[in-house]
Design a protein around this ligand. Structure first.
Ligand code: ADP
Length: 559
């Protein structure tokens, strides 16, 4: 801006200077020409009187100081009526041609006087002349050579140039100072507080506008900050991972859950997604979403399975970016897997007894069984059918527990319940000479009576099934600092350490044939686990091979 102002001022100054020079020279030239014309006329009049009185003597006398000198001021030429040059102050008359056809001579002869201007061939000189007819019919002509304006200017070139250069330098200096002076208040403007400036009055509307825009921008910033905080609060508390990418795949925002999944920190903002995850498949899914609008992919990170839903964001019809949502589906995936395994296991478990029943029934139907073996075959059919009934019952219980279908909770006396479950199994225990005892206090828990009964029944049943003949089963109900515990302890075969965590899985058995022989379904402990979970009770198992197993269920007070 300073340069522009400087150039403008300089241009204006130089233009004014040149215009002034031209005008001044024009005026001066005009003035001197008028003075010269008047002088020339006066000289001619005087010379006419002189010639009329003294003839050529007068001219000789007048011309003697500058006779035949081309530098003389005036040139006087006396021409006879026939055009013959009688006298000339600059050139000997004899050398001069006849002037009869000269316009000024002709006009003077005809009209008494004449005058005009004649230019030289180079236009650098012009001749001003006047002619007058004398009383004797001769013509006296006076002329003077002048320089033209152009020639005059050329002659004065040096002073003009000197003046112009000085003026330009002076103008430049002044223009520089003025430009700086004009711009200084503009540079000092405090645009943060536009209304507090005291610069040029002309700037007031502009400063007012800036002030207004400041306020608008501040309001918009406040709104933007509020929305950003709102967005951050929502995304920070989200359990799902959220990553926002711009159109080029650069991270715009990443919430804490996503940072944890990708082991990234906030420094990744502004970098490409590849920086936080180089997995080809997920990057391919992002690419697919960018091209097709949406994509989904499952991937494992830190032993947890995530579902990544990737969608393209569009604004005004154009792709503005991509949003990546990560859902932790570990439990869901495990449940899906176990459901699949469960279905396969159920089919298998149902098929085996049914095949036994079918086989025995076919043999009986075709009369292939000896009369004395018939009770044995019928016994197989009954046992297998009973197993099917137990299996179906267990499956129903499990699915009810899975779906959370349960009767209302009530205050249940755990000792009483343990007593009644033990009573139901006492006969089976006595068959194997197992000592079954129930001890403890009358402690109450909040629970579903039928579920708790089933849980205790399954535990005591297992303690008898996997016991040695003549062994012991102790059921104890006790109160601790944290709550009520019921434990079922046996002196049986024990569970190998590597299987202790797996016995609660559906259809898992350590010894399949022993389980089947004793009517087990492989679902008893998983039902126990579900019932404990339903009551928010902790389940613990301690077992030593050959010594026995102790399974406790603790109902905590807070829960
Ligand atoms: P099952 O119907 O086969 O008894 P469970 O789910 O009740 O199925 O038990 C799973 C497996 O855990 C059993 O097959 C058995 O191998 C083992 N088990 C359960 N309870 C005991 C116990 N008290 N002592 C030894 N092993 C046991």
């Amino acid at each position: 801006m300073t340069k522009k102002i400087f150039r403008s001022i300089l241009l204006a100054a130089v233009s004014v200077l040149l215009a002034s020079l031209v005008i001044i020279m024009g005026c001066l030239y005009d003035y001197y020409r008028n003075v010269q014309e008047k002088q020339l006329r006066d000289e001619l009049r005087l010379a006419s009187y002189g010639v009329e009185a003294g003839g050529s003597d007068y001219l000789e006398q007048l011309a003697s100081p500058y006779r035949f000198q081309s530098t003389a001021d005036f040139r006087l030429t006396w021409v006879a009526a026939d055009g013959e040059v009688l006298f000339d102050t600059h050139v000997p008359a004899a050398e001069m041609e006849n002037h009869a056809d000269r316009l000024e001579v002709k006009e003077a002869l005809a009209e008494g006087e004449s005058g005009g201007i004649r230019y030289s061939e180079t236009l650098t000189e012009r001749t001003l002349y006047y002619a007058q007819r004398l009383t004797d019919g001769t013509v006296l002509r006076i002329s003077i050579s002048q320089l033209t304006v152009f020639a005059l200017a050329m002659g004065m070139l040096q002073p003009i140039l000197l003046t112009a250069v000085s003026a330009v330098i002076l103008s430049a200096l002044l223009a520089h100072r003025m430009a700086k002076h004009i711009v200084a208040p503009l540079n000092d403007l405090n645009l943060d507080r536009p209304l507090e400036n005291d610069a040029y009055e002309e700037l007031s509307p502009l400063l007012g506008r800036i002030h207004q825009q400041h306020r608008q921008i501040e309001a918009q910033l406040r709104e933007l900050r509020r929305k950003t905080e709102e967005f951050e609060q929502i995304t920070e508390n989200m359990g799902e991972g959220l990553v926002l990418l711009d159109g080029k795949g650069v991270i715009l925002s990443i919430n804490p859950a996503a940072r944890m999944i990708f082991h990234a920190d906030s420094a990744c903002i502004g970098q490409e997604f590849l920086v936080i995850d180089r997995d080809h498949e997920i990057n391919l899914a992002i690419q697919t979403a960018r091209e097709g609008g949406h994509s989904e992919i499952r991937a494992v990170r830190d032993n947890r399975e995530y579902q990544f839903d990737i969608s393209q964001i569009t604004a005004d019809g154009a792709a503005a970016g991509t949003v990546l949502l990560a859902f932790d589906v570990t439990e869901q995936a495990a449940a899906e897997r176990s459901r699949r395994e469960f279905s396969a296991n159920v089919s298998h478990e149902l098929k085996t007894p049914l095949q036994s029943i079918m086989g025995s029934a076919e043999l009986l139907e075709n009369g292939l069984v000896k009369q004395e073996d018939i009770p044995q075959f019928v016994g197989v059919i009954r046992t297998e059918a009973a197993r099917l009934v137990t299996l179906v019952e267990d499956i129903i219980h499990l699915s009810q527990l899975d779906e959370g279908i349960a009767p209302a909770k009530e205050r249940v006396n755990l000792l009483e319940l343990a007593d009644s479950a033990a009573s139901a199994l006492r006969e089976r225990a006595e068959e194997r000479h197992i000592d079954l005892s129930v001890t403890g206090e009358n402690l109450m828990v909040d629970g579903v009576r039928s579920f708790l009964y089933e849980m205790l029944y399954n535990l005591i049943d297992n303690a008898i099934k996997y016991n040695t003949d003549g062994g012991r089963v102790e059921v104890a109900v006790s109160a601790g600092d944290t709550g009520t515990t019921v434990s079922v302890k046996d002196t049986g075969i024990g569970i190998p350490p590597e299987y202790q965590a797996r016995v609660f899985e559906r259809f898992f058995r350590v010894d399949k044939s022993r389980s089947k022989a004793s009517g087990g379904t492989g679902l008893g402990l998983s039902i126990v686990k579900h019932i404990a979970q339903y009551h928010h009770a902790d389940l613990s198992l301690h077992s030593t091979i050959g010594k026995g197993t102790d399974i406790s269920v603790s109902f905590s007070l807070e829960k």
